[in-house]
Write a protein that binds this ligand. Structure first.
Ligand SMILES: *Cc1c(COP(=O)(O)O)cnc(C)c1O
Length: 360
């Protein structure tokens, strides 16, 4: 039985990458040892690191105005790193909130700097909706504007990018990086934990505008200091080398299948299939307004909550893994990141149809 893994993260990786990694697991590049057993400062690893960065730069069209950093600490590490690096004495960090992750970022930020939050949710009657970007009332004075383009738990995605006359725009792209085309120049700092669209957990990525590295910010641990990481080519201390290697393989694979435009087309088709089925069904529903529905995380609910457990058990028996919604929102959630093939969506929909028929 083919198993499709809908986990929100760590998430499935492209099978072609996993097979390549397996084949060279204990003998990488004919060295007779694993990539995880060699020094991060050895020539073969440095080549890997350089090629990995070059590949990501090609995929996202990242200009020389930006540093690309490979770091530790996941998405939440950057929740702390952002205020520590970007703090200004005379302006608050502004946090736009549209779900659980962006609220988490505010809470972490408040430990280090003055925060001002802007709740853009406009939910009514259990329907999730948000204010469009051009209606956000961003304060004039801000040390940075932080927002989350894809709320992984709530299934809400923001497709437009906010603008501010002076403050840098910071985006937590943990659950949507590389899923669709973006213009990196619209941002000043992009960060992401790796375990959704890039590779395994343990690695995180920051794409930082070089001019921002001159900010002094606050006293901070060196491993969260963007300027130090930039100066040390992300090797201030031992990086998560195996995760870095897998990220490089994922990037190579993405380039081989046509890069982000091809991926976006695939992702839009996958999401449309699933949302269309949910909308057409009397048995399931989705609470997110159509123009802010996530392409990556599709939450859905059974009209009869009492059937949740049965749904999950039978889904597992049919090779459909990890569909339980986050405990904060309940129901189900299908995370359909880059690596999820269309066949996985089709298998999910046929199971959902069958389950609805049998339980109506
Ligand atoms: C998963 C996720 C995080 C947290 O990542 P960790 O690596 O667990 O710290 C942060 N933000 C968003 C939007 C996420 O989806």
């Amino acid at each position: 039985m083919t198993v499709y893994n809908f986990c929100a993260g760590p998430a499935m990786l492209p099978p072609a990458v996993m097979e390549k990694a397996q084949a060279e697991f204990i003998n990488w590049q004919g060295l007779g040892v694993s990539v995880m057993e060699i020094s991060h400062r050895s020539k073969p690893f440095l080549e890997l690191a350089n090629e990995c960065e070059a590949s990501l730069r090609r995929l996202m069209n990242i200009s020389d105005e930006f540093e690309v950093l490979f770091m530790h600490g996941g998405g939440r590490g950057h929740f702390a790193a952002v205020p520590l690096n970007l703090h200004l004495d005379d302006a608050p960090g502004v946090y736009v909130e549209n779900g659980i992750w962006s609220i988490g970022a505010t809470k972490e930020g408040a430990k280090f700097t003055t925060v001002e939050s802007l709740d853009i949710r406009t939910d009514t009657d259990g329907q999730f909706d948000i204010l469009p970007v051009d209606k956000w009332q961003l304060p004039e004075k801000a040390s940075f504007i932080h927002y989350c383009p894809n709320e992984t738990i709530d299934g809400i995605e923001i497709f437009d990018v906010p603008k501010h006359p002076t403050a840098p725009i910071v985006a937590d792209m943990s659950s949507m990086i590389l899923s669709r085309e973006i213009n990196v120049d619209d941002f000043d700092l992009i960060y992401a934990g790796a375990q959704k669209n890039i590779g395994p957990s343990g690695l995180s990525i920051a794409i930082v505008r070089k001019s921002l590295l001159e900010r002094e910010g606050l006293p901070k641990p060196a491993i969260l200091d963007y300027a130090i990481e930039a100066k040390q080519n992300s090797m201030y201390n031992t990086p998560p080398t195996y995760a870095w290697y897998l990220a490089a393989e994922v990037f190579k694979y993405l380039e081989s299948i046509g890069g982000v435009p091809a991926m976006e087309k695939h992702n839009r088709e996958k999401a449309a299939l699933l949302y269309d089925y949910i909308d057409s069904s009397e048995f399931y529903f989705n609470k997110v307004t159509a123009d802010c529905r996530s392409l990556m995380n599709v939450p859905f609910w059974l009209k009869d909550d009492a059937l949740n457990e049965k749904f999950l058990t039978e889904a597992e028996q049919n090779g459909l893994m990890a569909l339980e919604g986050h405990r904060f929102v309940g129901g189900m959630r299908a995370s359909i990141y880059n690596a999820m093939p269309k066949e996985g969506i089709e298998a999910l929909i046929s199971f959902m149809k069958r389950f609805a028929q049998e339980n109506s």
